[in-house]
Design a protein around this ligand. Structure first.
Ligand code: HEC
Ligand code: HEC
Length: 299
């Protein structure tokens, strides 16, 4: 009995040592990557100041998720708060917070590259979804950022917990989008806005982070195991093959799929997609139906 207890003690001690080693390695490796300096000097596009541009910019901020992570008033919002994983807030982007001190070049560096003015890679700011944004959309977005009223609010500082770091160094969570953005990409003008598959592809970059590059869904990278899989959006029997455009509209606006199935809107961000216009939904529909059909979960 005594011997068995002694062995158990040794086993526990070994497990504990291993855990400490893994955590130390995860902290060391992640700190190094977070401290890397990216030297990027992006040109800032022309910024219009008319009311129509500001309105378009506000719409872009709604459908691209800026308002979801930075708050509906852009005054900053906490969107993940888990002691083990991370506590992350979108910065206050108004003149009442740090965002007000940014130049337009700083804003473009953050939005297209995921990099702070001092060259630090921003945490979880999904620049990979925005790096292809065209100059006109970027100009409208900046016009809108100039126009938002000051909000005096300071979200708590960001921190990444032990599990977040282990998942990050294991390659499971894209914590530093600056690492995956192609910083040298030659940006071509986006397709003209309209209900076309080409314009749908431009908009669908906002869906790929969860539904996968090939849009066939599956487990969303970096999310806990109890998260539902993202759905298959390709025209496959396990996907949207039988969906009409009206079905897609109802799902994106009301969170209800054909047959009255209610979508899990804590995960599928209907709070963001409900702002898509009819024309934008038409474009997404044309694009998704032009994709090669794939079985569910191939990403
Ligand atoms: C998934 C959540 C998320 C979305 C969506 C998002 N952001 Fe962010 N953003 C963040 C976080 C978190 C930070 C702060 C990161 C840090 O400080 O390391 C940030 C930082 C920024 C910064 C830099 C602020 C500074 O002080 O350096 C700007 C500018 C910015 N975001 C603009 C935008 C715009 C514009 C959009 C929409 C096109 C957007 N963000 C969408 C999470 C998000
Ligand atoms: C934050 C992750 C996330 C983003 C971003 C996202 N989705 Fe989803 N989506 C999900 C999840 C998870 C489900 C499954 C929900 C469920 O099981 O109820 C889903 C389900 C759906 C469905 C329902 C399909 C079905 O058969 O039930 C459609 C349609 C859809 N998404 C379209 C989109 C489009 C279009 C975009 C981009 C404009 C998008 N999603 C962006 C996570 C996401």
């Amino acid at each position: 009995m005594r011997k068995a207890l002694k062995w158990l003690g040794r086993l526990l001690a070994a497990v504990l040592v291993l855990l400490v080693v893994v955590l130390l390695a995860a902290y060391g490796l992640s700190e190094r990557r977070m401290a890397k300096v990216y030297r990027i000097d992006p040109p800032a596009p022309a910024v219009p100041a008319d009311a129509a541009a500001i309105e378009r910019g506000s719409h872009i901020a709604a459908i691209r998720g800026c308002k979801d992570c930075h708050g509906a008033d852009l005054g900053g919002a906490t969107f993940i708060d888990d002691p083990l994983f991370a506590r992350l807030s979108g910065t206050n982007l108004t003149s009442g917070g740090p965002g007000g001190k940014l130049s337009d070049a700083d804003r473009v560096r953050a939005i297209r590259h995921g990099v702070a003015p001092d060259g630090r890679p921003l945490l979880f700011m999904p620049a990979q979804e925005f790096s292809h944004l065209g100059d006109q959309d970027m100009g409208d977005l900046l016009a809108y950022l100039h126009s938002v009223p000051a909000v005096e609010r300071t979200p708590p500082p960001n921190r990444v917990g032990p599990l977040g770091r282990v998942l990050f160094v294991a390659g499971k969570v894209p914590l530093l989008p600056a690492e995956i953005v192609d910083h040298t990409v030659q940006r071509s003008a986006p397709p003209p806005a309209g209900p076309t598959a080409a314009y749908g592809a431009y908009l669908a970059a906002a869906c790929a982070g969860c539904h996968g590059k090939g849009f066939s869904g599956g487990h969303i990278p970096g999310t806990p195991p109890d998260w539902p899989d993202a759905a298959n959006l390709t025209p496959d029997p396990s996907g949207l093959v039988s969906w009409s455009e009206a079905d897609l509209k109802k799902a994106l606006r009301d969170g209800v799929a054909p047959g009255g199935r209610v979508l899990k809107t804590d995960y599928m961000p209907v709070r963001v997609t409900k702002y898509l216009t009819d024309e934008e939904i038409g474009a997404l529909y044309a694009y998704l139906h032009s994709l090669p059909a794939k079985p569910r979960g191939q990403h």
